[in-house]
Design a protein. Structure first.
Lengths: 106, 676
């Protein structure tokens, strides 16, 4: 998939900014997906629980491409951006805490 | 906190008292009926009348004595369980040590209403300052792809609006095995270990935060409590039918609930929602099996709540019913048709309980709950039979006349006897058993300025009570016919599926009402006609029954109208405390509904074109397995025209991340090709 198309999946960046991003990402060996994984790790504060899918959903939800374009793939994201992003990260379920529930005789 | 003390000794005496009163009053009324019927010996038909009368009277006598107990306890200001002047709804709540999950299982519901109700409950818990001890879960069994997509979007918006990320969770189950009970059980098996308690809500439930916190504190204070059930108050609907039902349940329900709580003691019942449950006890004792055989009486247990309460009690945990805990709300069907449809489901579930009555080691009160559930529906064909037989006896006498001489030689004629004293006494006793519980509630409400104000005023309360009685009289025969049909069709092997209940103010058209009630009306007209022709003196006795049946169609149509409900409201009818002084959670529900008034629910096809929806959905999907050929085919067709997919294909596509990615990639390629 073309890099522009991949970037478009993160929202409507301004055309000149998208061009700059493409120029920056293009030579990177790991490609956009690799950079996003690294960015997700940075944002997750090392607990490794922020998946790239959840990050993208949150970034799109806060309209990050328009409102926080400079924070995209930023190594040291702003606290304000980080706080807003965290509120939008979908966390469908907490960690599993299984219980045994045997069938009862009736 | 209220300390609930289950002692077998006092429970035994309370139940002994209740059963003695029920049996004595039933025996007395049946004896009177026997005297009235058998003045000149008993025919077979009269004997049948007597048997059916005894069973039916016993059924209403139990409610009467429960209401009488509730009245006495309310007048004395005593708690139905402890008999002390205290209430679980009052006093400070200590700091909570345990964590509680608030669960809302949903199935193809009105998404806007679901999340408005949950947001109101969440905000109300937050307002108590105890939010840290609670997590909220939306447990979706939704099969409609459009609603699934809408639920995810609404969940995400609600999390952001409430700042509830990491506290308000959403889980969608691919296969709704075990229906609602299976939905809850799946959560218990995967998440239940992290929570001491779970508060189970219905899709239309709203609960006051203070009530939820009190329930959690009560579970801590009473370590042998397995379930504590609140009395859910019907609120928030505006059709005439719903407003009538809300008024009736609000005015008469609490007294009956207090009376039942008195004799149920620690062997109470669970109604499936607006209750708190000890999670580990539930996991250990309430895993429900499938019943042998096919539906309607076999297969998955439909009315799981009674059975779960019985299993919990069998496991040594107590089940309490605390009606004094306010701030527990639900919504009711807005018209007679939807009400009957819900009853059809309940009828099947309750009749299924007949097969569980013999389950090993159940407490006898648990068996009684289930037997009463069966009788609640069997009572209708019994009443119908009683009324038909009574009419038959009267008509037979009118046609044949009185037999002055038996076959063979008779020295003296048998003169017709009439027992006016016994007849009038029987009529008075039956009327008292039916109407005194209502009068108890009225007296109690009129006696308190605050309670009177809750229903508008004394005048509004009294005229609403009269209107309620008229409406009840007209509706009862129709429901009797509905229930009788349900019982017969279920016993004949007909099963119902699992559909979501309409939760808005739905009006009924004349054609739909005619389709549902033509047979009812014809039965009423024919019955009235025959009685009029052969025994006109008896017509007054059957008039309320045949009138209700004959008027079923207009009654259904007009009572389903919101305009009629609001007009009655303006005229001062059917006011309830929930509208004269709505509680904070109900006000929050109103705010949340208004905030979502302009929300346009997204649909399945938008997932392929709306990046935000797509990203959110992909982030929620646990299934990352490669897609098979059928899914790839669906994905490619969806990329061309999403509407061309069958609902089952849409659901499968939504459930597979790889197939969905393929569909989105294909759609993008098509877009680029077109652009080129």
């Amino acid at each position: 998939m073309a890099l522009e198309t991949e970037l478009a999946a993160w929202g409507d960046f301004a055309p000149d900014w998208q061009h700059k991003l493409a120029e920056r990402i293009g030579p990177a060996r790991e490609g956009l997906s690799g950079l996003v994984s690294a960015w997700a790790e940075t944002l997750a504060d090392g607990d490794g629980r922020l998946s790239p899918d959840a990050l993208r959903a949150a970034f799109l939800a806060i309209d990050g491409a328009r409102r926080w374009p400079t924070q995209f793939l930023a190594i040291r994201p702003d606290d304000a951006f980080r706080a807003e992003l965290y509120q939008a990260v979908p966390q469908p379920l907490p960690s599993a805490a299984p219980l045994d529930m045997p069938e009862q005789p009736l | 906190m209220l300390h609930l003390e289950p002692k077998a000794k006092w429970a035994f005496w309370r139940r002994g008292l209740m059963m003695s009163l029920v049996l004595a009053s039933t025996a007395g009324a049946t004896w009177l009926m026997g005297v009235v019927l058998g003045t000149n010996s008993l025919t077979i038909a009269e004997g049948a009348v007597l048997v059916v009368f005894a069973v039916s009277f016993g059924w209403i006598a139990l409610s009467f004595w429960a209401a009488a107990a509730g009245f006495i306890l309310s007048v004395l200001g005593r708690h139905p369980v402890t008999l002390r002047p205290e209430s679980a709804a009052e006093g400070d709540v200590p700091a909570l040590r345990t964590r509680t999950a608030v669960l809302m299982p949903i199935y193809n519901e009105d998404t806007r209403r679901v999340f408005a109700g949950l947001a109101a409950t969440y905000r109300s818990v937050e307002a108590t300052g105890r939010l840290a001890q609670f997590d909220f879960f939306v447990l979706s069994d939704t099969t409609d792809p459009d609603i699934w997509v809408a639920e995810e979007a609404q969940w995400h918006d609600t999390c952001r609006a409430l700042g509830a990320s990491g506290r308000l969770f959403y889980r969608h189950r691919a296969a709704n095995v075990g229906r609602k009970a299976g939905n809850i059980a799946e959560w218990v098996r995967t998440q239940g270990g992290a929570y001491e308690n779970m508060v189970v809500l219905d899709a239309d439930s709203v609960m006051e935060g203070d009530t939820i916190v009190r329930l959690a504190a009560l579970m801590e204070a009473n370590p042998k409590a397995g379930i504590i059930q609140t009395l859910a108050i019907a609120a928030s609907r505006n059709t005439l039918f719903a407003r009538w039902l809300q008024f009736a349940s609000r005015l008469y329900g609490p007294l009956l609930a207090i009376g039942h709580s008195f004799w149920w003691a620690g062997e109470g019942n669970y109604y499936g929602h607006n209750a708190i449950i000890r999670t580990r006890a539930f996991a250990a004792h309430c895993g429900l099996p499938k019943l042998p055989g096919k539906a309607p009486l076999g297969g998955e247990i439909m009315s799981h709540d009674f059975v779960e309460a019985a299993c919990m009690r069998r496991g040594g945990w107590h089940v309490w019913f605390l009606p004094e805990l306010r701030g527990s709300y639900e919504e009711i069907p807005s018209n007679i048709v939807d009400y009957a449809v819900r009853d059809r489901r309940w009828a099947q579930g309750n009749l299924q309980h007949a097969r569980i009555l013999k389950a090993p080691r159940l407490h006898w009160v648990s068996r009684l709950h289930m037997a009463m559930g069966v009788l609640a529906f069997i009572a209708s064909p019994l009443w119908l039979l009683l009324l038909f037989l009574s009419s038959y006896v009267v008509i037979q006498q009118a046609i044949a006349g009185h037999a002055y001489f038996l076959p063979g030689y008779n020295l003296f004629p048998i003169w017709p006897e009439y027992r006016p004293f016994e007849s009038h006494a029987l009529l008075a006793i039956t009327a008292a058993v039916l109407f005194l519980p209502k009068i108890f509630s009225l007296v109690l409400t009129l006696g308190s300025r605050a309670r009177r104000a809750g229903f508008g005023s004394a005048g509004r309360l009294l005229r609403s009570a009269v209107a309620e009685m008229v409406f009840s009289l007209l509706l009862a025969p129709v429901m009797m016919l509905f229930h009788s049909k349900f019982v017969f069709t279920i016993l004949a092997g007909s099963s119902v599926g699992w559909t979501s209940q309409p939760r808005d103010d739905r009006g009924i058209t004349w054609s739909e009402a005619a389709r549902r009630h033509t047979v009812h009306s014809l039965i009423g007209l024919a019955w009235g006609g025959v009685v009029f022709w052969y025994a006109i003196d008896f017509l007054w006795w059957v008039a309320p029954i045949v009138l209700g049946m004959a008027l079923a169609i207009p009654l259904n149509v007009y009572s389903s109208r919101t305009g009629a409900g609001l007009a009655m409201q303006r005229s001062g009818f059917f006011w309830t405390p929930e509208e004269t002084a709505p509680s904070p959670a109900l006000r929050m529900l109103d705010e949340e509904l208004k905030a979502r008034a302009d929300w346009s629910a997204p649909r399945f096809a938008q997932v392929l074109s709306d990046q935000r929806l797509a990203a959110l959905h992909m982030a929620m999907l646990p299934d990352r397995a490669p897609a098979d050929h059928a899914l790839i085919d669906s994905a490619e067709r969806a990329a061309i025209r999403a509407d061309s997919l069958e609902p089952v294909e849409r659901r499968a596509l939504l459930g597979s991340a790889s197939a969905l990615e393929h569909a989105m990639r294909t759609a993008e390629q098509r877009r680029l090709q077109r652009a080129a």
